[in-house]
Design a protein around this ligand. Sequence first.
Ligand code: DSN
Length: 420
Amino acid sequence: MTLPHPALSATDPELAALVGAEEQLQAETLRLIPSENYVSAAVLEASGTVLQNKYSEGYAGRRYYEGQQVIDQVERLAVARAKALFGVEHANVQPYSGSPANLAVYLAFADPGDTVMGMALPMGGHLTHGWGVSATGKWFRGVQYGVRQDTGLIDFDEVRELALKERPKIIFCGGTALPRTIDFPAFAEIARECGAVLVADVAHIAGLIAGGAHPSPVPHADVISTTTHKTLRGPRGAMLMSREEHAKALDKAVFPGLQGGPHNQTTAAIAVALHEASQPSFRTYAQSVVANARALAEALLDRGFDLVSGGTDNHLILMDLTPKEVPGKVAAKALDRAGIVVNYNTVPYDPRKPFDPSGIRIGTPSLTSRGLGTEHMAAVADWIDRGVTAAGKEDEQALATIRSEVAELMSAHPAPGLAG
Ligand code: DSN
């Protein structure tokens, strides 16, 4: 299944063929990477418009380039929709992606060398929450909290103790491999006690929040940082949101602090995604993402898989494959050959290295966008089970059989943006 790209095919058939191949791959495979999704055809169209021909450094009504009659309206529309959808006083839709958005937060609220606190990367946090290999861990003094080994859950007594001892300027909550509800009020209380700015990085769950399937960080967090391309189902981009009191500091940090001209075609596509996310059908989508993840977790537990924290409250499942005696990377690569796309991932207290860890991370945003429901989750769990077993036995025939079964189900559930 390919979309026609007549101009691209005529000008650059080599690249057009690659785009077609990626479209086919996305159509045929079961995409379980929890940070990925399928954008709608409308989002896809908006992100490929002539808006990208325009420079517009600054903000609406305060630009450093003329000719902003239309671009200002586009950005104002995106900002207004973000404010309405998330119930915030201020939104900046210009960050190029999640990492630059988080860097802007540092620029707004801390000085190099200051102490910042976030969840450790191997526990489920994000690089930009002060982890050592990231600029945020090199230029700032990152102190890190984790989850308890026995429960896989955050221990707020430990977080409080660490925060009061270290007195960070910024505390990040949220992350990339957290299967449980984030307790924003508990983090806010700790941040208040130690005088830190609380940043809720909701990149993974922004769509769930918009759709009422996860509690909102409003009014608990001082700043909300999010990408727009995960559960929110928009283009690759990011937003920063806050109360009015932090608006100036955040805007100044994004531009001119870190970035030049915003990517206006992305701003337009964000506006479209926010419009889509405000529709009743998106609430249904968000609830279905969670229902599917819960059903998939149950089906995996039934098949003897070890899930970090014992299950999920959101879109994401983190599996520790140690009991299956198959390393995460071996499993992920075998599943890829079986048409099931996941990523290998560390699990909390992982004895293995990050490039060869014990776990895999899966999620339900993409399959839910294709209309798969809880009735399909037993089949998905069964494929994962058979795939992991085949990985352990290097059984390529079994993987090929799964691949054809997956492709058959996928062909009955065309993906948004790819449907021909
Ligand atoms: N790379 C994203 C993820 O996969 O979770 C986080 O930035």
